[in-house]
Design a protein around this ligand. Structure first.
Ligand code: ZN
Length: 427
C-alpha cells in the first residue's frame, strides 16, 4: 500500500514538473509576437472588412473597404500592392517560431473635410522575418468626391504656399475639417486652414459644400483679429446628448466658437456629439475621464485619466486635444509634473451649476467681463443653455470676438505648447 502511494506521489510530481517545464519552454520559445495597437478614427467613408491570415512564417492583419467605388478600390490597391511586396520579400523556406514570424498589419482612417473632400490615411506596420520591432509607414490619399478625382495641395493653394510651410511640408498629408496634417515618419504636424487663409485658391477647405455663398464663406473663414477684444467661453463636464447640440446651434448662429472640456466617459456615451463639436470649429479640451480630484491621485492614475480621454477624442475626430482643465480647478505639483499640457482655469465663474437660474448666471458673467477673459459654464445643465444664449448674444452685441481658448491665447501672444496655468488671456 505504502509503495503504491509513493509511486502515486512521484507520478504527480513528475506530471507537475513536465507541465511547469512546458510552460517555461513555451514562454521562452513559442511566445507569440505582440502586435502594436494603432489608433483609428471612426469618421468612416465606407464599410471596412477585416481579414486575418496566418501562414507558416508570416501573419497578415488587413483592413480594406468593400470595393464598391473607384475611390475604395484605389485605397485597397495601395494596401494590396504594399502587402504583395511584403510577402514577396519573405523567404518561404525559412522556418520560424511564432515570435519570429513576419507580420503585416494595416488600418484605414478616413477624414471628411466637407461633403466633397475625403482623406484616407493608411497606417501600415511591418515586421520582417526573424527581426524585432515594427516599421510604421503612413500612406495618404485625398479625393474630391464629386469628381472622384485625387486632390493635390497645388489645386487648393496658391503659389508661395509651400514656401510658407516648408518646415512642416511632406508628401504625405491628409485634409481634416479644420487643418492639414503632414506625416514624416513618426512625426506629425498640423496647420489650421485659418493660418493659410491668404493662400486659399478655392472654397473647398472652408466651405461645407460648393454651393456656399460668398457671405457664408466669409463668415466661417473669419480669423481672430488680435487688435479687437475677445473672450473664450468654456463648457465643462459634457458632452451632453441634447444641451451640447443646442449650444452648438447658438454658437453657429452668432458666428462664435467655444471650448468644450469633455469627460472621457461622456465622450464614450455621445460620440456623435463629439464629432459635431469638432466639425463646428469649436475646440475640444480634456477634463479627465471620470471627474476625480486629480490632486488626490497617484501620477499613473492621473495620466490614465488624461491619456484615455485624449485617445478617445483622437479616435473619433483625429484631433489630439491640446488643453487640460482639471476637475474643480484642483492642481498640485504632482498633477503639474505629470501632465505636459497647459492647464486652463477660468477668471469668470458663472456658478451655473449652483444657481441653475439664468437670471443669476447672465449678470455674474456680463457684469465682470473684459477682453481676454475665460468664462466657465457647464453644458450638462439644461438651464445653462438659455443663459449661454443670452451671454453669447450680448457679448456679440458688445463687439467681442467669441473664440476658442487656443485661439485667444495665441492671439494674445502666449506660448500654449508649455505646461503652464492660465486663468485668462488678460494682458
Ligand atoms: Zn467639471
Amino acid at each position: 500500500m505504502r509503495k503504491v502511494m509513493t509511486s502515486g506521489v512521484l507520478l504527480v510530481i513528475l506530471f507537475v514538473s513536465v507541465v511547469i517545464g512546458l510552460l517555461i519552454w513555451n514562454n521562452k520559445y513559442y511566445k507569440k509576437v505582440e502586435i502594436p495597437q494603432i489608433y483609428s478614427s471612426s469618421n468612416d467613408y465606407g464599410t471596412k472588412i477585416a481579414e486575418d491570415s496566418q501562414k507558416d512564417n508570416y501573419e497578415v492583419y488587413t483592413e480594406k473597404y468593400e470595393a464598391t467605388s473607384t475611390i475604395a478600390q484605389n485605397v485597397n490597391k495601395v494596401i494590396e500592392d504594399r502587402l504583395k511586396k511584403f510577402i514577396d520579400s519573405i523567404d518561404k523556406d525559412e522556418v520560424a517560431t511564432p515570435s519570429q514570424k513576419a507580420v503585416f498589419k494595416n488600418i484605414i482612417d478616413s477624414y471628411k473635410v466637407n461633403d466633397n473632400i475625403v482623406s484616407f490615411k493608411v497606417t501600415i506596420l511591418e515586421k520582417e522575418l526573424k527581426k524585432e520591432g515594427f516599421k510604421k509607414n503612413i500612406i495618404t490619399l485625398n479625393y474630391d468626391l464629386s469628381k472622384e478625382e485625387k486632390i493635390t495641395l497645388d489645386s487648393l493653394f496658391k503659389d508661395g504656399f509651400k514656401e510658407k510651410i516648408k518646415d512642416q511640408y511632406s508628401e504625405s498629408y491628409i485634409l481634416k475639417a479644420q487643418d492639414i496634417v503632414f506625416y514624416d515618419g513618426d512625426y506629425e504636424s498640423s496647420i489650421a486652414y485659418s493660418k493659410l487663409k491668404d493662400y486659399n485658391k478655392t472654397k473647398l477647405l472652408t466651405a461645407k459644400n460648393y454651393n456656399m455663398t460668398e457671405e457664408e464663406y466669409k463668415k466661417i473663414s473669419n480669423v481672430v483679429d488680435p487688435s479687437k477684444k475677445m473672450v473664450a467661453i468654456t463648457f465643462d463636464d459634457g458632452p451632453h446628448a441634447t444641451n451640447t447640440y443646442k449650444i452648438l446651434e447658438i454658437l453657429e448662429k452668432n458666428n462664435a466658437k467655444a471650448t468644450f472640456f469633455m469627460l472621457g466617459q461622456n465622450v464614450t456615451y455621445y460620440p456623435e456629439v463629439v464629432k459635431a463639436v469638432y466639425n463646428s470649429g469649436s475646440e475640444i479640451g480634456i477634463h479627465s475621464w471620470s471627474h476625480p480630484d486629480l490632486t488626490k491621485l497617484e501620477s499613473a492614475k492621473i495620466l490614465e485619466e488624461i491619456q484615455n480621454t485624449s485617445d478617445k477624442v483622437y479616435g473619433l475626430t483625429g484631433y489630439r486635444p491640446k488643453l487640460v482643465r482639471p476637475p474643480y480647478g484642483a492642481l498640485n505639483s504632482v498633477v503639474k509634473s505629470t501632465i505636459s499640457l497647459p492647464f486652463i482655469l477660468w477668471n469668470i465663474d458663472s456658478l451655473d451649476w449652483k444657481s441653475r437660474d439664468e437670471k443669476q448666471i447672465v449678470p455674474l458673467v456680463m457684469n465682470d467681463v473684459e477682453d481676454g477673459d475665460i468664462i466657465l459654464l457647464h453644458d450638462i445643465h439644461s438651464t445653462t443653455v438659455p443663459a449661454a444664449e443670452k451671454i453669447i448674444s450680448q457679448l456679440v452685441e458688445q463687439d467681442y470676438q467669441l473664440v476658442t481658448v487656443s485661439e485667444m491665447l495665441e492671439a494674445k501672444g502666449y506660448d500654449t505648447t508649455v505646461t503652464k496655468v492660465f486663468y485668462s488671456g488678460r494682458q
